[in-house]
Design a protein around this ligand. Structure first.
Ligand code: FAD
Length: 376
């Protein structure tokens, strides 16, 4: 029986990180949407902890296609969406010590718009580069930093303006299909009811599916660490994003002339409010210092976030063939921000049953049912 506080919607979206926010915004024109978020603020988990980059050559074919398809939205978002540009140029430079030379050459050959650049030229751009660290380097000029907060708020504003509901502090704890509709009862005691439900719960994607009685797809959250240091005498504001070809460390200019450093770690974790590990912090500093002559006297800030991958590291976007009205929007890994505009458009078209248009080639790549054979 329906409780007194049951609210009816056209679609329920679980999780108000970037995946849930873009889903809700793209559905809002045609659906009355309830966006449920367990935490006090939207974006508390992975979305608020990213490196905020748009790199066309990052990830597998599905991530690259969604990233490229998102470019137009980033450059020309919906009217009134954001008050400042969402992208700012930030070229990517990869450095290769001798042992990584072959990998760098393969990256240049395989990538689009990745060119060789003389190490001496990199040293002019980044005077902290230690002579002798790299024997070769590449540059991807067409890369950007994303204003993640504006993007995320922009999507949430579209939801609100369309009459949708963002329900913070509402962890969905019971999810059931009854009489042709999904019911989600949350930690606040409210019950949300809709014929369609989208699982955009990030690291908790499998957990939410299990609560709903839907087979897991085998999502694996992996911890990634970041820290902020003061680069001392160097003004790093115009430095490119800099890392090694094997992706064992990278640095990125931050606000206030600070430098973000990451050891590009991927440690398997259960979903939780993940915190950095001291060893990963030490590894990040050591690897960065092999390449850059930057003394580190103090770590100014540190954090970690979860990057959640499906078993084949491609995204999972679309309907679950075994659960009517249940849709997946998970497995965003390390590219959930840069793919979000196109991924949102894709899941919305699949929920509506519309033709996904130019995104049609991506549909089989991200079909969540590809894991069905391995499901329990
Ligand atoms: C250090 C780091 C660097 C990164 N760099 C980049 C980058 O440069 N570019 C890029 O594109 N991506 C990057 N990423 C990846 C990106 O941050 C993620 O892919 C993206 O944020 C995932 O968004 P999400 O909405 O799926 O997850 P989240 O932001 O974690 O949102 C999921 C939400 O679901 C909520 N939830 C879970 N269970 C329930 C429930 N039962 N009921 C209600 N709510 C629930 C959670 O509270 C959470 O808020 C990086 C990640 C990290 C950690």
């Amino acid at each position: 029986m329906r409780g007194m506080d049951t609210q009816d919607f056209d679609a329920i979206v679980i999780g108000a990180g970037m995946a849930g926010a873009t889903t809700a915004a793209h559905l809002a024109a045609t659906h009355k949407v309830a966006l449920l978020e367990a935490e006090e603020s939207a974006g508390y988990h992975s979305t608020g902890r990213s490196a905020a980059l748009w790199i066309g050559n990052y990830g597998g074919p599905d991530a690259r296609a969604l990233t490229l398809a998102s470019r137009a939205f980033f450059e020309n978002p919906w009217p009134g969406f954001a008050s400042a540009p969402l992208l700012a140029p930030r070229p990517v430079i990869n450095l290769a010590p001798e042992s990584q030379r072959a990998h760098l050459e393969a990256m240049i050959a395989e990538g689009t718009g990745i060119e060789p650049i003389a190490v001496s030229e990199v040293a002019t751009m980044v005077p902290a580069l230690r002579p002798g660290y790299a024997v070769a380097a590449s540059i991807e000029r067409d890369a950007f930093e994303i204003d993640v907060a504006s993007l995320h708020q922009g999507f949430l504003n579209v939801l609100r303006k369309s009459g949708g509901v963002l329900a913070l502090r509402n962890r969905a704890g019971r999810i059931e299909r009854r009489n042709g509709a999904w019911e989600a009862e949350t930690s606040s005691g409210a019950v949300f009811r809709a014929p369609k439900i989208v699982d955009a719960a990030g690291a908790w994607g499998d957990e939410v599916a299990a609560i709903a009685g839907v087979g897991r797809i085998g999502l694996q959250p992996k911890r990634r660490t970041a820290l902020i240091v003061d680069p001392g005498q160097y003004d790093c504001t115009q430095w490119p994003l800099l890392g090694d070809a094997d992706h064992t460390w990278y640095v990125r200019a931050e606000a206030r002339r600070k430098l973000m450093v990451s050891p590009a770690d991927e440690t398997d974790m259960n979903p939780h409010d993940v915190q950095p590990d001291e060893l990963d912090i030490a590894i990040a500093v050591e690897r960065m210092q092999e390449a850059l002559d930057i003394p580190v006297t103090r770590i100014e800030h540190r954090w970690a976030g979860l990057r959640s991958f499906t078993p084949d590291r491609s995204l999972a976007i679309g309907p679950d063939a075994a659960a009517p009205g249940f849709f997946w929007m998970v497995g965003q890994g390390g590219f959930g921000i840069q793919t979000s505009p196109a991924a949102g458009a894709l899941i919305a078209s699949l929920v509506r049953g519309d033709d996904p248009g130019p995104l049609a080639p991506v549909v089989p790549m991200v079909d969540p049912n590809r894991f069905r054979r391995s499901r329990a």
